[in-house]
Every structure is written in structure tokens, then in C-alpha cells.
Design a protein around this ligand. Structure first.
Ligand SMILES: C[S@@+](CC[C@H](N)C(=O)[O-])C[C@H]1O[C@@H](n2cnc3c(N)ncnc32)[C@H](O)[C@@H]1O
Length: 262
């Protein structure tokens, strides 16, 4: 079973769940940190439904989104008037085949928003993927990678949660998401079990499905070791959105800015 289950039904409600994120600001922030202006080319690793890729495109930055979930990429492609235009491209599959298919193209920066690295099963595979990403990064170029901070997860454990969503395009539809976390401290893994109920008030009928997302979370010391093994120099390690600020056990979401030196 894959570590995280981004199947068709989950992909269809993903944007509803995360509609409140300020994706444009996140993309601008990353563009500034990575020095991505004027025709540079960025790769979004684990781009999901493509919101950041489109936000980069709106800034005039050429952007490629890669995700292993075909369903998430299908949602992303549906948003583009001209699919896979020169400025915005999407791809799914394995990272190895994606990198191979690039025929030597290198990126001026790589971003990975919202804990994609934690969806990779083992630290060894994380290093393998980071090494592959490094190989497609121009020398001197940087990656910005968001991850769960294991130190914070231990101190402030994930809790069960219920959220209600109303779709502004269809007010007669109501969606409820129940999240039940299952934390395995020894193996540093948290299974987030989502149960999603989708109610159509017009007919009174509802559908439901489940999706399990397993996240392997590491501590800062362990992430630093991964980057060292992948030969990526750490430029900054900071609470998400606050560069040059020390990480503490209070911040769940942290970011790494790393560079390919040669
Ligand atoms: C929490 S979502 C984040 C999506 C997007 N980056 C965002 O900020 O909304 C995690 C995404 O990572 C993708 N993913 C997980 N493991 C991956 C892997 N090994 N390679 C590429 N994509 C992966 C999933 O399919 C999913 O779309």
C-alpha cells in the first residue's frame, strides 16, 4: 500500500479542503528565496493539484509540476486552458522516469510544499529522491522543502479533528472530513485516517470514502543528515515562512533551503 493515498476521490476534494491557503504568497516567497525571476524554470516536486505551479506561471516563471498521483495531476491539468503549454507543464509517474525523460534539462530551483518528503516511506528512499532532484538542479541553484518537524510532533501530538466545508460554487453540497491520527512514535510515522462524507442537500443523499495518508516524520538532526547524504548544502532551516529564525519544538511545519554547490 502506498504511504499516502491520493486517489481520485481525495483528489476531487483536495482544493476544497485547502481553499484557504494563500498559494500566491507562498509562490512569491519561494521565488524570492530561490532567486526565480525573469524566465527562470522551477520544478514543483509533489505539486498536487497544481496551485503553486499556476501561481509561478502568473509571476512569469516557467514551472513544471511533478506528482506521483495521476489523479492529482489530472486535477491540475484540468485548470490549465492550454494543457502543458510551454510555461506550465505537469507530469506524473515515478521520479526516476520523470528525471530520465527530461533529457538533461536542469531547473533553476525546486520547491516542495506541504510535506511531500514525509510521504516517502523510508529515509533511504528520501535520500534517493533528493539525490535525483539534485541531479536536475543547476549548480548553485536551490531547493525549498517543507516538512513536518518530528521534535514538535513528539511534544504536541496530532489530535482527531472534524471539519465542515461548503463549496462556494455549489452551496447545496456540504462536505465533512473526519481525521483520526494514529501516531507510531518508535517508527516516527503518523497515519492520518480521513473519512470524508459528501452530502447533497438537494437530494438528501450522501457518499463517503476513506483515504489514509502515512507520514514519516524526522527530527531536524535527521533531516540535516539526509541533506548531507544527498550532497545538498543547508543554507537555512526555519519555521515555515520565517527565514533565519531558529527552529524550536513548538513549530510543526519547518522549511529547508538547500543548495547544489557543484
Ligand atoms: C499534501 S500534498 C501536497 C500537494 C501540494 N504540494 C500542495 O502544497 O498542495 C502531497 C502530495 O505529494 C505527492 N507525493 C507523495 N509522494 C510523492 C513522491 N514520492 N513523488 C511525487 N509526489 C509525491 C502526493 O501525491 C500529493 O499530491
Amino acid at each position: 500500500m502506498p504511504l499516502s493515498d491520493y486517489h481520485e476521490r481525495f483528489a476531487a476534494v483536495y482544493d476544497l479542503f485547502y481553499a484557504r491557503r494563500d498559494v500566491a504568497t507562498e509562490a512569491r516567497f519561494a521565488a524570492d528565496l530561490l532567486g526565480l525571476r525573469g524566465g527562470r524554470h522551477v520544478l514543483d516536486f509533489g505539486c498536487g493539484t497544481g496551485a503553486h505551479v499556476l501561481a509561478f506561471g502568473a509571476l512569469g516563471i516557467k514551472a513544471t509540476g511533478f506528482d506521483r498521483s495521476e489523479a492529482m495531476i489530472a486535477q491540475a491539468r484540468a485548470k490549465v486552458a492550454l494543457p502543458d503549454s510551454a510555461a506550465v507543464t505537469f507530469a506524473d509517474g515515478t521520479l526516476a522516469s520523470f528525471c530520465h525523460g527530461l533529457n538533461g534539462v536542469c531547473f533553476d530551483g525546486v520547491v516542495s510544499f506541504f510535506n511531500v518528503l514525509n510521504c516517502i516511506e523510508t529515509p533511504r528512499e528520501m535520500v534517493e529522491d533528493l539525490t535525483l532532484l539534485r541531479s536536475r538542479l543547476a549548480p548553485g541553484a536551490k531547493m525549498l522543502i517543507d516538512v513536518w518537524n518530528g521534535a514538535a510532533v513528539f511534544v504536541n501530538e496530532p489530535r482527531p479533528d472534524v471539519k465542515h466545508y461548503r463549496n462556494p460554487d455549489d452551496p447545496q453540497r456540504e462536505t465533512v472530513r473526519i481525521t483520526v491520527p494514529d501516531l507510531d512514535r518508535v517508527n516516527q510515522c503518523c497515519a492520518l485516517r480521513y473519512r470524508v462524507l459528501d452530502l447533497d442537500r438537494r437530494t438528501g443523499s450522501f457518499t463517503e470514502f476513506e483515504s489514509v495518508h502515512r507520514l514519516r516524520f524526522l527530527t531536524p538532526v535527521q533531516y540535516r543528515h539526509l541533506f548531507e547524504l544527498a550532497e545538498l548544502a543547508i543554507v537555512d532551516e526555519f519555521p515555515k515562512g520565517r527565514p533565519q529564525t531558529p527552529v524550536t519544538e513548538d513549530e510543526w511545519y519547518i522549511s529547508y533551503l538547500v543548495r547544489r554547490d557543484a
